[in-house]
Ligand binder design. Structure first.
Ligand code: ADP
Ligand code: AMP
Length: 214
């Protein structure tokens, strides 16, 4: 099963991808996570991406298309993948269609997580992640069961993203509305677009996704 979760920053794509990965064995491919790993490694790409991400802008299409194409070829994607954060522009969506056709693969579902703009800034500024296993949390909406201890791996170290502040979030939301929202009609015209209520509680969103996936 190959699917795309679409929605603005804070819609819940990462949270739900992690749950679907556990349930279905389909791997989460987060282009944001890949870029943050490149930034940590200090590679040339990482240095370039760092400034772009801190400014809330998008990394050029050709870089992202090559990155995801190479990633999909890895053996751990054989059981399927969940794209989280890609495609983010119409040219990326078109390139994805072409590359999947080349690789003999297809998209099973493209799912829009519908959310209200004003809720998102609270979600993003309260977000944190386990530094060891990457499990995502929120200060109020999704805290660890034992404060300060990761539910998944027991680690006590957490990180917050440099771009999860109100100012950069505003730029990222504007980039979503300008560059990414036009993907929705693209997939609607192709007859593959479905929707879930991203404003519902986390468990309810999971139930809605599972109902679509079957
Ligand atoms: P995205 O990957 O779309 O940017 P995340 O999955 O990281 O979004 O979610 C952003 C923040 O909001 C996280 O801290 C997460 O715990 C929280 N969150 C995710 N889904 C919901 C929800 N349905 N209701 C409330 N908070 C949520
Ligand atoms: P995310 O983790 O999805 O919120 O992405 C964080 C940042 O990484 C974005 O604000 C962009 O700067 C960059 N990024 C991630 N995915 C893409 C993509 N598909 N195309 C362009 N830039 C991306």
């Amino acid at each position: 099963m190959n699917l795309i979760l679409l929605g603005p920053p804070g819609a819940g794509k990462g949270t739900q991808s992690q749950r679907l990965e556990k349930k279905y064995g389909t791997i989460q491919l987060s282009t944001g996570d890949m870029l943050r790993a490149a930034v940590r490694s200090g590679s040339e790409l990482g240095q370039r991406a760092d400034a772009i991400m801190k400014a809330g802008q998008l990394v050029p299409d050709e870089v992202m298309i090559e990155m995801i194409s190479e990633r999909i070829d890895q053996p751990d994607c054989a059981k399927g993948f969940i794209l989280d954060g890609f495609p983010r522009t119409v040219p990326q969506a078109e390139a994805l269609d072409a590359m999947l056709a080349d690789k003999g693969l297809k998209l099973d579902h493209v799912i829009e997580m519908k959310v209200d703009g004003p809720a998102l800034v609270t979600r993003v500024t309260g977000r944190f992640t386990c530094a060891k296993c990457g499990t995502g949390y929120h200060d109020s909406f999704n805290p660890p069961k034992v404060a300060g201890v990761c539910d998944n791996c027991g680690s006590t170290e957490f990180t917050r993203r440099a771009d999860d502040n109100a100012e950069t979030f505003g730029k990222r939301l504007a980039a979503y509305e300008r560059d990414t929202a036009p993907i929705l009609p693209y997939y609607r015209e192709h007859g593959v677009l479905k929707q879930v209520d991203g404003m519902a509680e986390i468990d309810e969103v999971t139930r809605q996704l599972e109902a679509i996936i079957g």
